[in-house]
Ligand binder design. Structure first.
Ligand SMILES: [Zn+2]
Length: 299
């Protein structure tokens, strides 16, 4: 690995922007392993979540093999500590976190070195167990993208995915799951913060592109061509899978929405918010997310 960087295709942006669908589509490429929101590794380790195959860390054949690989370098307690440490360095919402990852203080550099040691072993284990050269990571977090972009062993390709914030806000407002229910004003603000941070990271990386979830469903071929140009991956099989219903086979994606656990995927633009979202809520989101909403071409 010393002479060849490990390619990571990273999907960045706010939640509910189609990243899980994106991760499933890219899994059709035979040279890429689509691992889901890889920042969610700690949830898998602690048993708070299961793999897309519905099995846990011990019983999923893929993740138990990754675990065995990690155990060659660290004890169980150390893996957990390092995964948790990586998560603490990636706390998106705080300005302090951004200052911490850019700081030139000795302690901050040591923290980042610890982070990179973990990431190199972790992504290397994914590459080894999957037998694939490219890793697809849909963690979304722009701070993680920034950290990965600064590493000297990763060849990072960034796909910044946006979705109309009214669609995102409605999706998180109408849910019956109380833990995931958010008022629309809060989602609008979070959407703006995440996309501003994502814009900043994308503009500092030449291998990056901004794409809209809506265009994946309206004009998938053009969307995929842009992914191909940035990620430099073969999209033939992905484009073929798009022509018909896409079966989910042997997926071992962590975190992300329940789409990854369904047996078949239908490509259908979710326009429920247009008909069902109250006008007052649409207006609240529009006002709070302006001018970023306009900037991304949402009217
Ligand atoms: Zn699995």
């Amino acid at each position: 690995m010393a002479d060849k960087k490990l390619k990571v295709v990273y999907c960045m942006g706010s939640g509910r922007s189609g990243s899980t669908l994106f991760g499933i589509l890219l899994s059709k490429n035979s040279e890429a392993f689509s691992g889901g929101e890889l920042t969610g590794l700690t949830d898998l380790i602690t048993g708070r979540d299961t793999c897309a195959c519905e099995k846990d860390l011990q019983t999923c054949e893929f993740w138990s093999a990754v675990w065995t690989e990690l155990r060659k370098t660290w004890s169980e307690a150390e893996i957990f500590d390092r995964a948790r440490h990586a998560g603490s360095l990636e706390k998106t919402k705080s300005l302090k976190a951004w200052r911490r990852v850019k700081s030139t203080r000795k302690e901050a550099i040591a923290e980042r070195n610890k982070y990179y040691e973990f990431m190199e072993v972790f992504y290397g284990a994914l590459q080894k167990v999957s037998g694939k050269d490219t890793i697809i990571d849909i963690s979304k977090n722009p701070l993680r993208a920034y950290l990965l972009s600064q590493s000297n062993f990763i060849d990072l390709r960034i796909i910044h995915l946006t979705r109309d914030p009214r669609g995102v806000a409605w999706s998180l407002n109408k849910t019956k799951n109380q833990a995931k229910h958010y008022p629309v004003w809060r989602t609008a603000l979070f959407w703006t913060v995440i996309n501003r941070q994502s814009d900043m990271v994308r503009k500092n990386n030449k291998h990056s592109v901004w794409l809209r979830y809506e265009d994946l469903l309206k004009a998938p071929d053009a969307f995929l061509e842009k992914v191909r140009d940035v990620a430099e991956i073969d999209i033939t099989k992905i484009a073929m899978a798009l022509k018909k219903e896409i079966p989910n086979e042997e997926l071992h994606m962590v975190a992300g929405n329940k789409l990854r656990k369904e047996s078949r995927i239908r490509l259908k633009l979710d326009t429920q918010w247009i008909e069902n979202m109250p006008a007052s809520k649409k207006l609240t989101v529009k006002l709070l997310a302006y001018p970023w909403l306009r900037k991304y071409g949402y009217k």
